[in-house]
Design a protein around this ligand. Structure first.
Ligand code: NDP
Length: 279
């Protein structure tokens, strides 16, 4: 165990159901690092005050959740290229008193797909949602070489905005905006739920659409057991809990200042899932 204390935490609101303190306690034993992890419940109007407090507390970095992933950007000193392109920050490293914004959701999605054997290069993908999580997914899929990505969203303008932004950045990927109720293409390799649908509200029929036998399904939302989006699928299912753990492990690389090999991250994620007793 490295006894140097690494101070980190989470900001956003509400945080009372957050699994992150349990995760970072687990990481302390799994990674042999000594994390102290604090929740600072913060709304947009209290953001400047919280950031000042964090600097005074000497944190190495912190995670950011709803509703601050976009709102925090003007307060940061720099952004990683991914976070800039995605327009959402879920992890901040504090280096020499400066705040660096990162997005670890996107590499977490890539890792979850690769470790499940989902190859999307040249394939078609469907994403439901156009918020921060959907943009991280779209960035991950396009940068891994997806040939086509359809964005299905409740507000069509949200889907169209994402498509416009990403089409310019990824000319080899054909982006298209669709309504939430539109039926997706049957031959898609991957279907991603990046909305909270199925958790607190029933899953609409369009999100129950099933592709071919080799299709993959990835839910960003998570719950004890399989989420409604992942239930009764014939293809492979990737859970939001895996993503939550991957993005948190990727953020420890920022706070602890060292890299973890992808194969090691997958093993650590499996151990964390078993020890969390969540599901
Ligand atoms: P945002 O608020 O940025 O976006 C929410 C998206 O969901 C929008 O596209 C919105 O559509 C859509 N939506 C919300 N409510 C409804 C509804 N009642 N009916 C139809 N569409 C709806 O949130 P995020 O993108 O950050 O998060 C999306 C989900 O992903 C959440 O459940 C979040 O918990 C989860 N998540 C999980 C992570 C993990 O590590 N497992 C990481 C990040 C997110 P519209 O544009 O029309 O408003």
């Amino acid at each position: 165990m490295n006894h140097t204390r690494i101070k980190a935490g989470l900001i956003g609101c509400p945080l009372n159901k957050s699994l992150s303190p349990r995760l970072f306690r687990l990481f302390s034993s799994l990674l042999g690092e000594n994390y102290s992890y604090t929740l600072l419940e913060t709304r947009a109007r209290g953001l400047a005050r919280t950031l000042k407090k964090i600097k005074n507390l000497g944190w190495a970095g912190f995670n950011v959740t709803l509703p601050l992933k976009e709102k925090i950007i003007p307060f940061l000193d720099s952004l990683s290229p991914e976070a800039g392109a995605i327009g959402a920050v879920n992890a901040v490293r504090i280096k020499n008193g400066k705040f660096e914004g990162h997005n670890t959701d996107a590499p977490a999605i890539k890792l979850a797909l690769r470790s499940s054997g989902c190859r999307i290069r040249g394939g078609a993908c469907v994403i439901w949602g156009a918020g921060g999580a959907a943009r991280a997914a779209a960035w991950a899929l396009a940068s891994d070489g997806a040939a086509a990505v359809e964005i299905h969203n409740r507000s069509f303008s949200g889907a169209a905005g994402l498509v416009k932004n990403f089409s310019g950045r990824f000319p080899h990927t054909r982006f298209a905006a669709r309504k939430l109720t539109d039926i997706p293409p049957e031959g898609a390799a991957l279907f991603v739920n990046a909305t909270p649908l199925g958790m607190y509200k029933p899953l609409p029929a369009s999100l129950r659409f099933s592709g071919g036998p080799g299709a993959f399904y990835l839910d960003l939302a998570y719950a004890k057991g399989l989420t409604p989006f992942l239930k009764n699928r014939t293809g492979a299912a990737i859970s939001g809990l895996d993503l939550l753990i991957y993005q948190a492990l990727k953020s420890t690389e920022l706070y602890g200042g060292r890299r973890i090999r992808p194969s090691e991250i997958v093993k650590l994620k499996d151990k964390a899932v078993r020890q969390l007793h969540f599901g």
